[in-house]
Design a protein around this ligand. Structure first.
Ligand SMILES: Nc1ncnc2c1ncn2[C@@H]1O[C@H](COP(=O)(O)OP(=O)(O)OP(=O)(O)O)[C@@H](O)[C@H]1O
Length: 327
């Protein structure tokens, strides 16, 4: 029985040995799912879609997808897979119309709707082309249009910009943002890109080792990361000190060859692992305990001879550190 008073997505998903996570989202919300390789992001999407055996409970707009278990095709979802997987033998139009046809929409109506979607993505002139005749960006637009066309309650996007040129990814990101604003359902967006998480999402779910390491708004997660992975994504250092996390910008780190004078509480030593240009600065990765990022001016990098292998001291002033509790 559907319960009209419960809207959006409520899911607890357990896949033994791979994932144990919960996610809740209001209708219209975009949830960025981030985390290192193997964290369980794709497993979460596949489990919600019904493609992986799982324990737990999934409710979408008050309708259970798990008790009794609904078949994949009975779930109102759109899925853009990591490897795109358009039907190679169908035209762009046929691909977008596919989900509508599967729901028994008459051909003419399905094709008219599909043309509408292709037009919205600015590629209706490519309607007759097969996937093999489309560029990566065009094919990805078809894949997203195909997922959205049947008006799903849940949209699953697994790294929709992976493998695209930077320029193509940027314009597609802007287009997707527009479509997601109009989309009434919940979106789960797996991404490796901090920009996606910060610009497209209302909520961020950080997975690490198959569990939820952090959940919050993009602003909260970016300002107070709780995993090294997220800290790196947003360009911060994060260290755990007992029951407190401390985060600080690489720009706030002072680099020296000798142990800093005075009583700075936050000091570390270690060899430079890499030194690469980063905006106007040179960004160092230093194998201290833990690994830390430090930005120095190119002049300072030259003067100190900061090349891989060079032993350095790092320090940061307490005033540049944001401290927050491990909850
Ligand atoms: N079909 C499978 N059978 C068994 N284990 C799997 C299977 N697919 C993935 N795993 C394991 O489940 C864990 C989570 O993998 P998953 O692909 O969900 O991670 P991910 O966060 O999506 O990673 P990536 O960013 O590399 O895509 C990993 O340890 C992985 O090795």
């Amino acid at each position: 029985m559907a319960d009209d008073t419960v809207t959006g997505l409520h899911a607890t998903v357990a896949v033994p040995g791979r994932l144990d996570a919960a996610v809740t989202a209001e209708p219209g919300a975009v949830v960025a799912v981030i985390g290192p390789n193997g964290a369980g992001k794709t497993t979460l999407l596949r489990a919600v879609a019904g493609l992986v055996e799982m324990q737990g409970e999934i409710t979408v707009d008050g309708e259970s997808w798990t008790t009794p278990r609904r078949l994949v095709r009975e779930r109102r979802l759109g899925y853009v897979f990591q490897d795109q997987s358009l039907f190679p033998h169908l035209s762009a139009l046929g691909n977008v119309a596919f989900g509508l046809r599967a729901r028994r929409t008459p051909r003419r109506e399905a094709e008219a709707a599909a043309h509408g979607w292709l037009e919205r993505f600015g590629i209706d002139d490519l309607a007759d082309r097969r996937p093999g005749e489309l560029s990566g960006g065009q094919a990805q637009r078809v894949a997203i249009a195909r997922a959205l066309a049947p008006d799903p309650a849940l949209l699953l996007l697994d790294e929709p910009f992976a493998g695209l040129d930077v320029g193509v990814a940027t314009s597609l990101r802007l287009e997707l943002a527009r479509h997601l604003r109009d989309f009434a359902g919940v979106t789960l967006l797996v991404t490796h890109d901090a920009l996606d998480a910060l610009t497209l999402a209302d909520q961020v779910l950080v997975l690490d080792g198959g569990t939820v390491a952090q959940a919050g708004t993009p602003r909260e997660v970016a300002a107070r990361p709780r995993t090294d992975h997220v800290a790196r994504l947003v360009g911060l250092n994060v260290i755990r000190d007992g029951d407190t996390y401390r985060s600080f910008s690489p720009r706030a780190v002072t680099v020296s060859l000798n142990r800093p004078e005075g009583s700075a509480r936050h000091q570390w030593a270690g060899p430079v692992v890499s030194a690469v240009p980063h905006g106007d600065a040179v960004r160092l990765l230093v194998a201290a305990d833990p690994d830390l990022l430090a930005d120095v001016t190119p002049a300072a990098a030259a003067e100190l001879g900061l090349a891989p292998g060079q032993q350095v001291w790092l320090s940061v002033k307490e005033t540049a550190v944001e401290a927050y509790a491990v909850s």
